[in-house]
Write a protein that binds this ligand. Structure first.
Ligand code: HEC
Ligand code: HEC
Length: 208
Protein backbone atom coordinates (compact mmCIF):
# COMPACT_ATOMS: atom_id res chain seq x y z
CA UNK A 1 0.00 0.00 0.00
CA UNK A 2 2.75 2.38 1.01
CA UNK A 3 4.65 1.52 -2.19
CA UNK A 4 1.54 2.15 -4.24
CA UNK A 5 0.95 5.58 -2.66
CA UNK A 6 4.59 6.42 -3.26
CA UNK A 7 4.30 5.50 -6.91
CA UNK A 8 1.14 7.51 -7.37
CA UNK A 9 2.67 10.55 -5.69
CA UNK A 10 5.85 10.22 -7.74
CA UNK A 11 3.91 10.08 -10.98
CA UNK A 12 1.78 13.07 -9.97
CA UNK A 13 4.85 15.03 -8.98
CA UNK A 14 6.71 14.69 -12.28
CA UNK A 15 4.96 17.21 -14.55
CA UNK A 16 4.73 20.07 -12.06
CA UNK A 17 8.03 19.72 -10.29
CA UNK A 18 10.51 18.65 -12.93
CA UNK A 19 13.11 21.40 -12.87
CA UNK A 20 14.11 20.71 -16.48
CA UNK A 21 10.65 21.16 -18.01
CA UNK A 22 10.72 23.02 -21.34
CA UNK A 23 9.19 26.06 -19.65
CA UNK A 24 11.85 26.18 -16.91
CA UNK A 25 14.57 25.76 -19.52
CA UNK A 26 12.95 28.49 -21.65
CA UNK A 27 12.80 30.91 -18.71
CA UNK A 28 16.39 30.15 -17.72
CA UNK A 29 17.63 30.87 -21.26
CA UNK A 30 15.53 34.03 -21.63
CA UNK A 31 17.06 35.53 -18.48
CA UNK A 32 20.60 35.32 -19.94
CA UNK A 33 21.30 37.34 -23.10
CA UNK A 34 24.19 35.14 -24.31
CA UNK A 35 22.17 31.95 -23.90
CA UNK A 36 19.15 33.61 -25.51
CA UNK A 37 21.14 34.61 -28.59
CA UNK A 38 22.63 31.10 -28.90
CA UNK A 39 19.19 29.48 -28.58
CA UNK A 40 17.69 31.93 -31.09
CA UNK A 41 20.42 31.11 -33.64
CA UNK A 42 20.06 27.36 -33.06
CA UNK A 43 16.27 27.72 -33.46
CA UNK A 44 16.73 29.68 -36.68
CA UNK A 45 18.80 26.81 -38.14
CA UNK A 46 16.38 24.17 -36.92
CA UNK A 47 13.32 25.76 -38.56
CA UNK A 48 14.65 25.67 -42.13
CA UNK A 49 12.27 22.79 -42.86
CA UNK A 50 9.36 24.23 -40.83
CA UNK A 51 9.69 27.42 -42.85
CA UNK A 52 8.32 25.75 -46.01
CA UNK A 53 4.94 25.71 -44.30
CA UNK A 54 5.06 28.15 -41.37
CA UNK A 55 7.36 30.70 -43.05
CA UNK A 56 10.96 31.47 -42.07
CA UNK A 57 9.61 34.46 -40.10
CA UNK A 58 6.66 32.48 -38.67
CA UNK A 59 4.08 33.98 -41.05
CA UNK A 60 2.51 30.96 -42.70
CA UNK A 61 2.72 30.25 -46.42
CA UNK A 62 -0.80 28.84 -46.76
CA UNK A 63 -4.17 29.91 -45.41
CA UNK A 64 -4.77 26.54 -43.69
CA UNK A 65 -1.43 26.60 -41.83
CA UNK A 66 -1.07 28.56 -38.56
CA UNK A 67 1.40 31.40 -38.02
CA UNK A 68 3.95 30.68 -35.32
CA UNK A 69 5.31 34.25 -35.13
CA UNK A 70 4.76 35.88 -31.72
CA UNK A 71 2.98 32.77 -30.46
CA UNK A 72 3.23 32.25 -26.68
CA UNK A 73 6.02 29.77 -25.85
CA UNK A 74 3.94 27.86 -23.27
CA UNK A 75 1.25 27.31 -25.88
CA UNK A 76 3.89 26.10 -28.38
CA UNK A 77 5.20 23.56 -25.81
CA UNK A 78 1.63 22.38 -25.13
CA UNK A 79 1.02 21.98 -28.86
CA UNK A 80 4.16 19.81 -29.27
CA UNK A 81 3.08 17.75 -26.25
CA UNK A 82 -0.44 17.25 -27.63
CA UNK A 83 0.85 16.19 -31.07
CA UNK A 84 3.13 13.75 -29.22
CA UNK A 85 0.38 12.20 -27.04
CA UNK A 86 -2.24 12.08 -29.81
CA UNK A 87 -4.61 14.60 -28.16
CA UNK A 88 -4.00 16.47 -31.37
CA UNK A 89 -3.13 14.91 -34.70
CA UNK A 90 -1.88 16.05 -38.04
CA UNK A 91 0.05 13.86 -40.47
CA UNK A 92 3.21 16.00 -40.55
CA UNK A 93 3.11 17.54 -37.09
CA UNK A 94 2.49 14.28 -35.22
CA UNK A 95 5.65 12.73 -36.70
CA UNK A 96 7.70 15.89 -36.19
CA UNK A 97 6.72 16.12 -32.50
CA UNK A 98 8.32 12.70 -31.96
CA UNK A 99 11.52 13.56 -33.81
CA UNK A 100 12.30 16.95 -32.24
CA UNK A 101 14.38 16.89 -29.05
CA UNK A 102 13.35 18.91 -25.99
CA UNK A 103 16.22 21.28 -26.75
CA UNK A 104 15.01 21.76 -30.34
CA UNK A 105 11.52 22.61 -29.04
CA UNK A 106 12.87 25.23 -26.64
CA UNK A 107 15.14 26.80 -29.30
CA UNK A 108 12.34 26.80 -31.89
CA UNK A 109 9.92 28.41 -29.42
CA UNK A 110 12.47 31.12 -28.62
CA UNK A 111 13.03 31.80 -32.32
CA UNK A 112 9.40 31.84 -33.47
CA UNK A 113 7.90 33.61 -30.44
CA UNK A 114 10.39 36.42 -31.10
CA UNK A 115 9.10 37.13 -34.66
CA UNK A 116 6.44 39.66 -35.65
CA UNK A 117 3.10 38.79 -37.21
CA UNK A 118 2.24 40.54 -40.47
CA UNK A 119 -1.49 41.19 -40.19
CA UNK A 120 -3.74 41.70 -43.18
CA UNK A 121 -6.62 44.16 -43.61
CA UNK A 122 -10.11 42.60 -43.66
CA UNK A 123 -11.58 41.54 -47.04
CA UNK A 124 -15.02 42.43 -45.76
CA UNK A 125 -15.43 45.26 -43.24
CA UNK A 126 -19.03 44.14 -42.56
CA UNK A 127 -17.94 40.62 -41.65
CA UNK A 128 -15.09 42.08 -39.59
CA UNK A 129 -17.42 44.15 -37.44
CA UNK A 130 -19.81 41.22 -37.01
CA UNK A 131 -16.77 39.20 -35.89
CA UNK A 132 -15.74 41.91 -33.44
CA UNK A 133 -19.07 41.43 -31.62
CA UNK A 134 -18.66 37.66 -31.47
CA UNK A 135 -15.11 38.10 -30.22
CA UNK A 136 -15.93 40.55 -27.44
CA UNK A 137 -18.86 38.45 -26.22
CA UNK A 138 -17.30 35.02 -26.38
CA UNK A 139 -13.50 35.09 -26.79
CA UNK A 140 -11.97 38.23 -25.30
CA UNK A 141 -12.14 37.04 -21.70
CA UNK A 142 -9.55 34.35 -22.46
CA UNK A 143 -7.70 35.36 -25.64
CA UNK A 144 -7.43 39.00 -24.54
CA UNK A 145 -8.51 42.39 -25.86
CA UNK A 146 -5.72 42.40 -28.46
CA UNK A 147 -5.90 38.69 -29.24
CA UNK A 148 -2.44 37.99 -27.80
CA UNK A 149 -3.57 35.35 -25.31
CA UNK A 150 -1.10 34.55 -22.55
CA UNK A 151 0.79 31.46 -21.37
CA UNK A 152 -1.31 28.42 -22.40
CA UNK A 153 -3.93 30.63 -24.07
CA UNK A 154 -2.85 31.00 -27.70
CA UNK A 155 -2.39 34.21 -29.58
CA UNK A 156 -5.11 34.47 -32.26
CA UNK A 157 -4.34 37.90 -33.71
CA UNK A 158 -3.16 37.59 -37.31
CA UNK A 159 -3.96 33.86 -37.76
CA UNK A 160 -5.12 32.97 -41.29
CA UNK A 161 -8.90 32.78 -41.73
CA UNK A 162 -9.03 29.26 -43.12
CA UNK A 163 -6.95 27.91 -40.23
CA UNK A 164 -9.24 29.58 -37.66
CA UNK A 165 -12.42 28.35 -39.39
CA UNK A 166 -11.15 24.77 -39.72
CA UNK A 167 -9.93 24.69 -36.14
CA UNK A 168 -13.21 26.01 -34.69
CA UNK A 169 -15.11 23.40 -36.69
CA UNK A 170 -12.86 20.60 -35.39
CA UNK A 171 -13.62 21.76 -31.83
CA UNK A 172 -17.35 22.09 -32.54
CA UNK A 173 -17.52 18.61 -34.14
CA UNK A 174 -15.60 17.13 -31.17
CA UNK A 175 -13.12 15.80 -33.73
CA UNK A 176 -10.53 13.60 -31.95
CA UNK A 177 -7.81 15.29 -34.05
CA UNK A 178 -8.15 18.43 -31.91
CA UNK A 179 -9.04 17.94 -28.25
CA UNK A 180 -9.59 20.73 -25.73
CA UNK A 181 -12.41 20.62 -23.17
CA UNK A 182 -12.59 24.40 -22.96
CA UNK A 183 -12.69 25.09 -26.69
CA UNK A 184 -15.13 22.26 -27.36
CA UNK A 185 -17.55 23.91 -24.93
CA UNK A 186 -16.99 27.38 -26.44
CA UNK A 187 -17.35 26.22 -30.06
CA UNK A 188 -20.58 24.30 -29.35
CA UNK A 189 -22.37 27.68 -29.25
CA UNK A 190 -20.99 29.06 -32.53
CA UNK A 191 -23.00 29.11 -35.77
CA UNK A 192 -21.29 28.85 -39.18
CA UNK A 193 -21.83 32.61 -39.56
CA UNK A 194 -20.19 33.33 -36.19
CA UNK A 195 -17.20 31.21 -37.24
CA UNK A 196 -16.77 32.98 -40.56
CA UNK A 197 -17.10 36.39 -38.93
CA UNK A 198 -14.79 35.78 -35.98
CA UNK A 199 -12.14 34.32 -38.33
CA UNK A 200 -12.24 37.50 -40.42
CA UNK A 201 -11.92 39.66 -37.30
CA UNK A 202 -9.09 37.68 -35.73
CA UNK A 203 -7.01 37.65 -38.93
CA UNK A 204 -7.02 41.45 -39.06
CA UNK A 205 -6.41 42.23 -35.36
CA UNK A 206 -3.12 44.11 -35.20
CA UNK A 207 -1.21 43.61 -31.99
CA UNK A 208 2.55 43.38 -32.47
C1 HEC B 1 4.06 20.29 -44.51
C2 HEC B 1 3.72 21.50 -43.76
C3 HEC B 1 4.28 21.65 -42.34
C4 HEC B 1 5.60 21.56 -41.93
C5 HEC B 1 6.84 21.24 -42.76
C6 HEC B 1 5.58 21.91 -40.51
N1 HEC B 1 4.31 22.17 -40.08
FE1 HEC B 1 3.74 22.70 -38.20
N2 HEC B 1 1.79 22.67 -38.77
C7 HEC B 1 1.33 22.40 -40.05
C8 HEC B 1 -0.13 22.37 -40.05
C9 HEC B 1 -1.04 22.11 -41.24
C10 HEC B 1 -0.52 22.65 -38.71
C11 HEC B 1 -1.96 22.68 -38.16
C12 HEC B 1 -2.32 21.28 -37.72
C13 HEC B 1 -3.65 21.21 -37.02
O1 HEC B 1 -4.65 21.60 -37.62
O2 HEC B 1 -3.69 20.79 -35.86
C14 HEC B 1 0.71 22.85 -37.94
C15 HEC B 1 0.74 23.19 -36.60
C16 HEC B 1 1.89 23.47 -35.89
C17 HEC B 1 1.92 23.95 -34.52
C18 HEC B 1 0.72 24.30 -33.66
C19 HEC B 1 0.41 25.78 -33.89
C20 HEC B 1 -0.90 26.26 -33.33
O3 HEC B 1 -1.22 27.45 -33.54
O4 HEC B 1 -1.61 25.50 -32.69
C21 HEC B 1 3.23 24.11 -34.17
C22 HEC B 1 3.78 24.59 -32.84
C23 HEC B 1 4.03 23.72 -35.33
N3 HEC B 1 3.19 23.34 -36.36
C24 HEC B 1 5.42 23.73 -35.37
C25 HEC B 1 6.17 23.27 -36.46
C26 HEC B 1 7.61 23.15 -36.43
C27 HEC B 1 8.50 23.57 -35.29
C28 HEC B 1 7.98 22.62 -37.63
C29 HEC B 1 9.37 22.23 -38.09
C30 HEC B 1 10.14 21.35 -37.21
C31 HEC B 1 6.76 22.43 -38.42
N4 HEC B 1 5.70 22.82 -37.67
C32 HEC B 1 6.72 21.95 -39.71
C33 HEC B 1 2.10 22.19 -41.17
C34 HEC B 1 3.47 22.02 -41.17
C1 HEC C 1 -12.49 30.01 -21.23
C2 HEC C 1 -11.34 30.39 -22.04
C3 HEC C 1 -11.51 30.46 -23.55
C4 HEC C 1 -12.49 31.11 -24.27
C5 HEC C 1 -13.70 31.88 -23.74
C6 HEC C 1 -12.15 30.95 -25.65
N1 HEC C 1 -10.98 30.21 -25.77
FE1 HEC C 1 -10.10 29.66 -27.52
N2 HEC C 1 -8.69 28.60 -26.48
C7 HEC C 1 -8.64 28.47 -25.11
C8 HEC C 1 -7.57 27.53 -24.77
C9 HEC C 1 -7.16 27.11 -23.37
C10 HEC C 1 -7.01 27.08 -25.99
C11 HEC C 1 -5.87 26.07 -26.21
C12 HEC C 1 -6.46 24.73 -26.58
C13 HEC C 1 -5.40 23.74 -27.02
O1 HEC C 1 -4.48 23.52 -26.26
O2 HEC C 1 -5.52 23.21 -28.12
C14 HEC C 1 -7.74 27.78 -27.04
C15 HEC C 1 -7.48 27.60 -28.41
C16 HEC C 1 -8.12 28.26 -29.42
C17 HEC C 1 -7.81 28.13 -30.82
C18 HEC C 1 -6.69 27.31 -31.43
C19 HEC C 1 -5.53 28.26 -31.70
C20 HEC C 1 -4.42 27.66 -32.50
O3 HEC C 1 -3.41 28.35 -32.73
O4 HEC C 1 -4.54 26.52 -32.93
C21 HEC C 1 -8.68 28.94 -31.51
C22 HEC C 1 -8.74 29.15 -33.01
C23 HEC C 1 -9.53 29.57 -30.53
N3 HEC C 1 -9.17 29.13 -29.26
C24 HEC C 1 -10.52 30.48 -30.85
C25 HEC C 1 -11.42 31.00 -29.93
C26 HEC C 1 -12.54 31.84 -30.29
C27 HEC C 1 -12.82 32.33 -31.70
C28 HEC C 1 -13.23 32.09 -29.14
C29 HEC C 1 -14.54 32.84 -29.00
C30 HEC C 1 -15.62 32.40 -29.87
C31 HEC C 1 -12.52 31.43 -28.04
N4 HEC C 1 -11.43 30.78 -28.58
C32 HEC C 1 -12.88 31.47 -26.71
C33 HEC C 1 -9.44 29.14 -24.21
C34 HEC C 1 -10.56 29.88 -24.52
Amino acid sequence: MRVLTGLVLASLAIPGLASDSPLDRHNEIMSNETLRQQAYNAGKERILFCGYCHGADGNSKRDYIPNLAAQNPVYLFNAFRKFGTGERSDYVMSSLAKILSEEDKVNIAIYYSGQEVISEPPDSPALYSQGETVYSNACRQCHGKEGKGQAELPRLAGQPTEYIRNTLRLFRDKDPARQSEIMTAVAANLSDDDIRAVAEYVRSMDSN
